[in-house]
Ligand binder design. Sequence first.
Ligand SMILES: *Cc1c(COP(=O)(O)O)cnc(C)c1O
Length: 232
Amino acid sequence: MTTVAIAMERIEERIQNACARSGRERSGVRLMGVSKFHTLPEIEEAWNGGLRLFGENRVQEAAEKFSVFKARQPEAELHLIGSLQRNKAKAAVSLFDAIDSVDREALIDELGALTNARKTALPILLELHTAEDSKAGFPNLDSLYHAAEKAYAFPGLALRGLMTIAPFTSDERLIRASFRTLSAARNNLAARFPDYDWSCLSMGMSNDFEIAIEEGATLIRVGTALFGERHT
Ligand SMILES: *Cc1c(COP(=O)(O)O)cnc(C)c1O
């Protein structure tokens, strides 16, 4: 077995344990492999181990690796999880299956315009800023309300939920607080916009995905624990 395949088994076990501890179904949590700074052969190892969902945080790097890979493996699903600059939005919309890091209203306008003529809407998540370590994200619930209203006006966009990055700390209480903030925001939005889909909560990375599962994550983004230290 390859190193990545072994790591995948270990992560799978940890996901199952976290689900069992919190009374959740394993099927309610998707594992995303975050392959930034990792090579195409490493991505292929994860694919061969059964991984189908990948996350990258830069458009150019993702295009270099995944335009080839996705042509060969059409079931591979690729999400953008890093901040998106306006001049890269067009390339992003054609490469990624979802944009999970929508962090400002101007970007919604841009993505909405680029997807207007699509037959199937582009899934997006709104990123909420819940910890000082990260700069990105909408600052509060009110800004999410406005963002949601804006997104709903575009037929080419399908808002599916929220994402956040917890603080980089060993203090579990702070991490948990960040995930709870996201989960509470989702509940608020679902109450305010009950006709829409708020099912996705993208939270939890290598160091904290078990806490995230306990707090309701439906998508966890795992890089280092899966692929090893990043080649920078
Ligand atoms: C890099 C990255 C991850 C993965 O981080 P690890 O700690 O290596 O698991 C998850 N989410 C985002 C937004 C990232 O940029």
